[in-house]
Design a protein around this ligand. Sequence first.
Ligand code: NAD
Length: 337
Amino acid sequence: MKKFKWCVIGAGGIADRRVIPAMQKDEKSELVAVMDKNEAVAKRLSEKYGAPSFTSEKDLLQSVDCDAVYIGTPVALHFPQAKLSLESGKHVLVEKPIAISSSDGENLLAIAKHAGKFLSVGYMMEYHSLHQRTKELIEEGKIGRVCSVHARFSCWYPPIEGAWRQQKALGGGGAMMDLGVHCIDLIEWLLDTRISEVKSFCKNRTFRYEAEDEAAALFMTENGVLGDIAANFNIPDACESRLEVYGESGSILLYGTLGQEEKGTLTHLFSPQGDYSAMQTHTTAQTETFRAEGGDLYYKQLSAFRKQVESGNFGDFAEAERAIEVQKAIEKIYENS
Ligand SMILES: NC(=O)c1ccc[n+]([C@@H]2O[C@H](COP(=O)([O-])OP(=O)(O)OC[C@H]3O[C@@H](n4cnc5c(N)ncnc54)[C@H](O)[C@@H]3O)[C@@H](O)[C@H]2O)c1
């Protein structure tokens, strides 16, 4: 069986923790080389995964035959490394966010189209079974017309010497750019819309690094839904994420589903109101609760990417297009703050 060959650029972080192990679970995929600018990391991963290593992306792309490149480097490097990979004739799965700016994202998509190669972005939370169920419930009208969305995603991220996420030039921003982007992506995907207007605050409360450690945005979508997103680097990891969608006939409440693992619960409440009730009773409510399947989000995303390339359907750039819209919303949030 001919396997789908992957190279990895920026192999020492999320690639080593989640993505390469997920690649190895896919019997139709194989890792053929790793590249990291840190020589010790490159060498360690070469030994760990039994693949040749490089410390220059140019050397990697000139010497190794592969179908696709996964890029897991700091955000400011996404554009130049994805551009080089596409122009070297490789399909590209670049980590989120697509690039440091929406205009770099748009240029990247144009380069992919010109090269006839596929481009997708690491918003793997779209592959979470409970997020997919949320989308189905909304599309089937199980909460009626959506009115309101609330998302909260946080972690604990104290100052770390040299950390790229804490420097604007390398990360492009702080908590909103790193965590908030997942919320924006999910909201725009679930509601099949874009964020059109925002009011926001991005600031530092706990930590004194350059990027913001907390951010909040109120927004309106093009299809009239109001919502808010809170993203924090200063709340303990143990505090669960929230994603809540409210409609004219009910609600979908997701607890603990935002993150790297397919975890958490979804509670769906269906309760069309009918007449006004001065007593505000809740007797007609029907609720059902679902638990996450516990799968591997990275495996699901990598195999979906491989299947799309193998099907020859490179014309569908929905994920990359949505990722560009996410960056436009992020730019509005930072401009308004
Ligand atoms: N989808 C997810 O679940 C998820 C989770 C974490 C991070 N990310 C994204 O992955 C990317 C990397 O984040 P991370 O947490 O793994 O960072 P990290 O700092 O832990 O790892 C980045 C790796 O890239 C290497 N690197 C730095 N500069 C390089 C260069 N010029 N060329 C090649 N390699 C270079 C570093 O040595 C390091 O090994 C970011 O875009 C981040 O937003 C996504």
